[in-house]
Design a protein around this ligand. Structure first.
Ligand SMILES: NC(=O)c1ccc[n+]([C@@H]2O[C@H](COP(=O)([O-])OP(=O)(O)OC[C@H]3O[C@@H](n4cnc5c(N)ncnc54)[C@H](OP(=O)(O)O)[C@@H]3O)[C@@H](O)[C@H]2O)c1
Length: 233
């Protein structure tokens, strides 16, 4: 019997945090991981159909979000896929620079989910470099992921930042979490944390299953199974 098509992609949340729980500097990007861990993340990216980041991450980190390894790019091409996964961002205000690496690096498809109030601005600014999707008055991650599934995305990697991670977790839309803990302190409470305030399905009364702990040089990778769909690979 054929398995039913899931109504949302298998979703992996990925982040690097400092020992004191921060994911960046105050309004600035921060390199937390090491080369070996970046390579691990590259492999995770190569195995996905789409990578999602929040608009603040596009503005602050200016990430390229492309598969770096030529071998992995070739392997994707051999499978008939684009060299890198589709890039996805979400915004209310659409204040994004079309020259940002998110829009210019690589040749993967780019989607911008935008709240209705700023869709016209978004299409004017970004229409030549991305597909702007009117995501309704408030962009709900459940609706967004259902739309991605309808576009053929079966595996989604969410690379932050904290505002986005919070919504995936509180809406119970994450299947696993991969958290790399870097041996540094940020030491400034104004810096962004992995998550903001919220009601999380994982709490002192319901602990998230830890499925793997791996030392990668000076970084520790923690892997948590967050749904019954968790895949061991
Ligand atoms: N260490 C890591 O692994 C890692 C990874 C990624 C990012 N970071 C860091 O994280 C920081 C940024 O994270 P952040 O938590 O401040 O922001 P974020 O999650 O990257 O982006 C937040 C922005 O995304 C848009 N957005 C999010 N949810 C939305 C919704 N439901 N509807 C409409 N728009 C929505 C809004 O954009 P608009 O303002 O455009 O409306 C919002 O301001 C940076 O310092 C970056 O360096 C670290």
């Amino acid at each position: 019997m054929e398995r039913p098509t899931p109504d949302r992609p298998y979703t992996v949340l990925s982040c690097a945090v400092s020992i004191d729980g921060f994911i960046g500097g105050v309004d600035s990007s921060l390199v937390l991981s090491n080369e070996a861990d970046f390579d691990r993340v590259d492999a995770v990216r190569a195995a996905c159909d789409a990578i999602l980041v929040g608009a603040a991450t596009v503005r602050i980190d200016n990430p390229r979000l492309v598969v770096r390894s030529q071998a992995r790019r070739d392997e994707r091409a051999a499978r008939g896929l684009a060299m890198s996964p589709m890039k996805v961002t979400v915004t209310r205000h659409a204040e994004l620079d079309p020259r940002a690496d998110f829009f210019t690096a690589g040749d993967a498809e780019r989607l911008v989910y935008c709240a209705t109030a700023h869709v016209v601005d978004a299409r004017t600014r970004l229409g030549s470099v991305a597909t702007v999707v009117d995501a309704g008055d408030t962009v709900a991650m459940r609706t967004l992921t259902a739309d991605l599934a309808a576009r053929g995305v079966q595996r989604l990697l969410v690379e932050g930042g904290g505002v986005v991670h919070t919504q995936f977790l509180t809406a119970d839309l994450a299947d696993e979490l991969q958290m790399a803990v870097a041996p540094v302190f940020v030491g400034d409470s104004a810096a962004p944390r992995f998550v903001r305030d919220g009601r999380f399905p994982w709490n002192p009364g319901r602990r998230a299953p830890l499925v793997d702990v791996r030392k990668i040089g000076d970084v520790v990778l923690l892997r948590y199974a967050l749904s019954s769909r968790f895949e061991e690979a």
